[in-house]
Design a protein around this ligand. Structure first.
Ligand code: MSP
Length: 486
């Protein structure tokens, strides 16, 4: 059986989750569910990044101890993932003692390989991104990634010899063309690595809400080094059966702003520790809201819970995936959700299933016919798009089939037919609906299950997406979607 290991970033617990976090996790869930429907042994990991200066400061502001503070926000993440129907296999927290132990062991391995040395760091630090910057990298004196204030850091530190891995990384990218995905983002990383790599500071002395540095009691591990290790601590590196089974990860799905950590620093750490790198880092684009970047000052963070309560989990999941290709940036607006809900989910999918069930309800048992609509279904194309992490085009292709099925009804006018002709059309419509229940399931699990239920069957697998015999008895239930009226 093929294994499939997919991860999301582990999210900082300084604040409540917003649509950006929801997007990555929904996309990963869609991909994981697709692979499960292919019968693969899937491991889907998400979790929280709990250490570091940002969380330490937020806890202080809230008048709480860091552990007490993070426990609270972890609850908000778990709640939201349940609301969004996210079926992860494991939730990692970097404050877990098993994770802390792995971070320590990895650092010892890297040190044994001669890749850690003591030095002095002087430069700038962005607390929000937990990232170090040189004077030259700053834009108008601010963080080049998030645009926030940076602060001067001058401290003794231990460095990781990232510079040593320049050639090895370039060689690795060349041999593994899918590692840097999507392809159009790879150039930026390759150019920067070719320009030369600076060793990175991996310890801090001033931040104490962190993993203790195993080589020196007065230092603490830099939060990014700690966080990246989650991908292997969660599967019990080095001796756990899960590590042997699932590593290397098939996809680390992340947002584009943390590509450098995942595509450069992480594989170099793994090279140094003698561990195989993941197969793919897919850096997706960013959402703006009504044309603007989400920020505290604009107070325009979109709360996924509100969206779900207003439009339903499936309409929200569907709208995010349908709006833009996974690699691109996009703009979020409630108007777009309403329009997709009313014009696509209600008018195309909901209407189709409702019409088919209304017609088929009078019939029982075997309905005979010859497959005709199978011509309109390109399951090979949909699967290969999903294998390429192209959830956007895969979903479009699924809707091509849904539209073709609707068109088939208007062309055949089954209400005018009788006998064998009617049975033939019904057979095609029922088989198409059964296949649609499978295809939409990874994107909209409630809807896929509801369609199957009304058809009197279970949601099938990708192998079941071919036209077969129809023998079930349908029973119309509640409408799949309700029109949203403002
Ligand atoms: N803790 C680090 C990740 C460590 S992974 C080893 C971190 N956390 S975060 O809470 O800031 O989450 C960042 C991730 O949230 C992004 O990589 C992306 O997946 C998602 N998004 C946050 N804002 C986003 C948008 N505006 N748009 C799309 N996704 C964004 O970084």
């Amino acid at each position: 059986m093929n294994k499939f290991y997919i991860t999301t970033p582990i999210y900082y617990v300084n604040d409540k989750p917003h649509i950006g976090h929801a997007y990555t996790t929904i996309a990963a869930d869609v991909i994981a569910r697709w692979h499960r429907l292919k019968g693969e042994d899937v491991f889907f990991l998400t979790g929280t990044d709990e250490h570091g200066e940002k969380v330490e400061t937020s806890a202080k502001k809230a008048g709480k101890l860091p552990k007490e503070f993070v426990d609270n926000i972890v609850g908000a993440y778990k709640y939201i993932w349940e609301k969004l129907n996210i079926k992860y296999d494991y939730f990692i927290r970097t404050s877990d003692s098993s994770h802390v132990k792995v971070v320590s062991e990895i650092i010892k391995k890297i040190a044994e390989n001669g890749d850690i040395y003591k030095g002095y760091y002087e430069g700038w630090y962005c607390v929000s991104d937990e990232s170090f910057w040189t004077e030259l990298q700053l834009v108008d004196g601010k963080c080049p990634s998030c645009g926030r204030e940076v602060k001067k850091v001058k401290e003794e530190t231990y460095f990781f010899k990232l510079s040593k891995y320049q050639n090895k990384l370039i060689d690795f990218y060349n041999k593994n063309q899918k590692f840097l995905s999507p392809n159009f983002r790879s150039k930026e990383i390759i150019n920067r690595v070719n320009d030369g790599l600076k060793d990175v500071s991996i310890t801090r002395t001033t931040v104490k809400w962190a993993v203790p540095f195993p080589l020196d009691g007065s230092h603490y591990v830099y939060v990014w080094v700690d966080a990246l290790c989650n991908y292997i601590s969660a599967i019990n590196w080095p001796h756990g059966p899960e590590f042997k089974e699932y590593w290397p990860a098939d996809i680390h799905l992340i947002g584009k702003e943390i590509n450098w950590f995942h595509s450069v620093i992480w594989p170099a750490m793994l090279f140094s520790a003698g561990i195989e790198p993941p197969k793919m880092v897919f850096a997706h684009g960013w959402w703006t809201v009504d044309g603007k970047k989400m920020s505290k000052s604009l107070d325009n963070f979109v709360d996924p819970i509100l969206m779900v309560d207003k439009y339903s989990t499936d309409a929200f999941r569907y709208s995010l995936i349908r709006e833009m290709p996974l690699g691109d940036d996009g703009d979020f607006s409630e108007k777009a959700i309403v329009s997709r809900l009313n014009n696509e989910l209600v008018a195309e999918l909901g209407n189709l299933i409702n019409r088919v069930l209304t017609m088929a309800e009078r019939f029982e048992g075997k309905i005979e016919g010859e497959a005709e609509l199978d011509q309109k279904l390109n399951i090979g194309k949909i699967d290969s798009l999903m294998e390429d992490v192209d959830t956007f085009n895969a979903l479009n292709e699924i809707f091509v089939f849904i539209k073709a099925t609707n068109k088939y009804i208007s062309e055949k006018e089954p209400w005018r037919l009788q006998g064998r002709e009617l049975s033939n059309v019904l057979y095609n419509l029922l088989e198409a609906s059964r296949i649609i229940s499978i295809l939409v399931y990874p994107f909209m699990p409630n809807t896929g299950a509801k369609i199957a239920n009304q058809l009197g069957i279970e949601v099938g697998t990708i192998d079941d997406c071919t036209f077969r015999e129809w023998t079930s008895k349908v029973k119309k239930g509640e409408l799949l979607f309700k029109k949203f009226i403002q």
